[in-house]
Design a protein around this ligand. Structure first.
Ligand code: NDP
Ligand code: 2IT
Length: 444
């Protein structure tokens, strides 16, 4: 058995009940096989892969808080400090009822390679809670965030571990978390990113992930003599990443005809009116079904199935494993040519393989959605320097980072004779920097 297969089997045996983590590890190790095979003995001797798949630290804690009825609620809180070879742990916090150790370990593992691809000095981490912000009052969200941070603040800091947002964690939550960190630790420092602009946030961080996804799409299209102009896209989700992917795709001359949330999807053949989506989601925290009540000619369909809508470009920006093989087959048969992942691991492994085998250009999330964490790292730099850059400056840096990631991914795929296989390219390019830093730092 090859070294990569051996390590994968070991991960499955030693981490039972963690299917998402197994899936993320499998995709990476399969890609790395060509690299490892060239120097297998050394990698084995140093146990590089065994170290790579084992988090440096997992912090797991109780989060008690009081709801609006005076009842004490208890949630699970976590921080996975996965790999600090190239910088302080960096990665988001997810608040969603589905959160468990498997999901956070897959996200933390992906983050190692994503952060490496940005070229910036940030290690991999992730955290969160099974708390569900939906339907909670502002006071309940604040009470939860304060309790969560009361424990988390012992383990994070501007030079050790810098969390940010993810599903269910946006500007409101980051504000409450920052306030409690400052109050307990007495430090006004860049310990979180995605902060509000009045207290250390960076311009363009809100837009960065979605814009970055479309900058990446644009690079892929240009490399193949194509452009977003006049193209039709379906963007899944209707949260932070989805909204700003729609905004940038539209700015580049394309039309987005469908979006969704976890309850159903909307189809608007004239093109999604983003100001209405923003009002529903960012202001009212409502449901996407309300769009169909407000926009004539649009249709709401409850449940899944957004992949049935014909498009040239599919940008999954909701959650892991949202697109399976069945959906992938429909997308391909309807003529979809580009799939760029805004979410983390939104495509199942068999769907990914089917899509790539069908000649669709496929860019994995760890490369395509890296603009978010890259701009977080720019926020850290601005905080350290105690100054802030203009929107134009940040956007230009973001754009250049996305171009650079495309170049690295494309180069790596070509170096190993697998042109246009961006999954292999992203995993290899991300791995190379991390492994070099790990080797240099000895057995830690
Ligand atoms: P948000 O919480 O802002 O939005 C999430 C969106 O996805 C909501 O519309 C939500 O619908 C929808 N969604 C969640 N679960 C499902 C589901 N099971 N089926 C259909 N829709 C679902 O999160 P973000 O936009 O920040 O994150 C989206 C994805 O992007 C995640 O995978 C995240 O890890 C990834 N990402 C985020 C980054 C960031 O900077 N925010 C950076 C890089 C990646 P509903 O409201 O009904 O739950
Ligand atoms: O998945 C991700 O890269 C994020 N949720 C953003 C992390 C960050 O630190 O900005």
């Amino acid at each position: 058995m090859s070294y990569t297969e051996e390590v994968y089997e070991r991960v499955v045996a030693q981490n039972p009940g963690e299917p998402e983590f197994h899936q993320a590890v499998k995709e990476v190790l399969d890609s790395l096989k060509v690299v490892i095979d060239k120097n297998e003995e050394e990698y084995r001797r140093l146990s590089i892969l065994e170290r790579l798949v084992e988090p440096e630290r997992i912090i797991s804690f109780r989060v008690p808080w009081v709801d609006d009825h005076g009842k004490v609620q208890v949630n699970k809180g976590y921080r996975i400090q996965f790999n600090s070879a190239i910088g302080p742990y960096k990665g988001g916090l997810r608040f969603h009822p589905s959160v468990n150790q498997s999901i956070l370990k897959f996200l933390g593992f992906e983050q190692i390679f994503k952060n490496s691809l940005t070229g910036l000095p940030i290690g991999g981490g992730k955290g969160g809670s099974n708390f569900d912000p939906k339907g909670k009052s502002d006071r309940e969200v604040m009470a939860f965030c304060q309790s969560f941070m009361t424990e988390l603040c012992k383990y994070i800091g501007a030079d050790t571990d810098v969390p940010a947002g993810d599903i269910g964690v946006g500007g409101r939550e980051i504000g409450y978390l920052f306030g409690q960190y400052k109050r307990i630790r007495g430090l006004y420092e860049g310990v979180l990113t995605g902060k509000g602009l009045t207290y250390g946030g960076s311009l363009v961080r809100t837009q960065a992930t979605g814009y970055g996804v479309v900058y990446m799409l644009n690079e892929i299209m240009q490399a193949h003599g194509d452009s977003p102009e006049g193209k039709t896209a379906v963007v899944t989700g209707s949260g932070n990443v989805a909204i700003y992917a729609v905004e940038k795709f539209t700015q580049l001359g394309g039309k987005v005809v469908a979006m969704c949330d976890s309850a159903g999807y909307i189809y608007d053949p004239d093109g999604i009116k983003l100001d209405i989506v923003k009002d529903i989601k960012e202001v009212k925290r409502g449901r996407i079904s309300e769009y169909a009540d407000r926009v004539e000619g649009s249709v709401y369909t409850p449940g899944t199935g957004i992949w049935n809508i014909k498009c040239d470009v599919y940008l999954p920006c909701a959650t892991q494993n949202e697109l399976d093989l069945e959906g992938a087959k429909i997308l391909v048969s309807n003529g979809c040519k580009y799939l760029v992942e805004g979410a983390n691991m939104p495509t199942t492994l068999d769907a990914t393989n089917y899509i790539m085998d069908s000649g669709v250009y496929f860019m994995p999330g760890k490369a395509a959605n890296a603009g978010g964490v890259a701009t977080s790292a720019l926020e850290m730099s601005q905080n350290s320097m105690r100054l802030s850059w203009s929107a134009e400056e940040v956007d230009e840096k973001l754009h250049n980072i996305m171009k650079d990631i495309f170049r690295k991914v494309d180069d790596a795929s070509k170096r190993y004779g697998m042109t246009d296989n961006y999954v292999v390219g992203a995993n290899i390019a991300g791995f190379e920097k991390v492994v070099d830093a790990m080797k240099a730092q000895g057995i830690v």
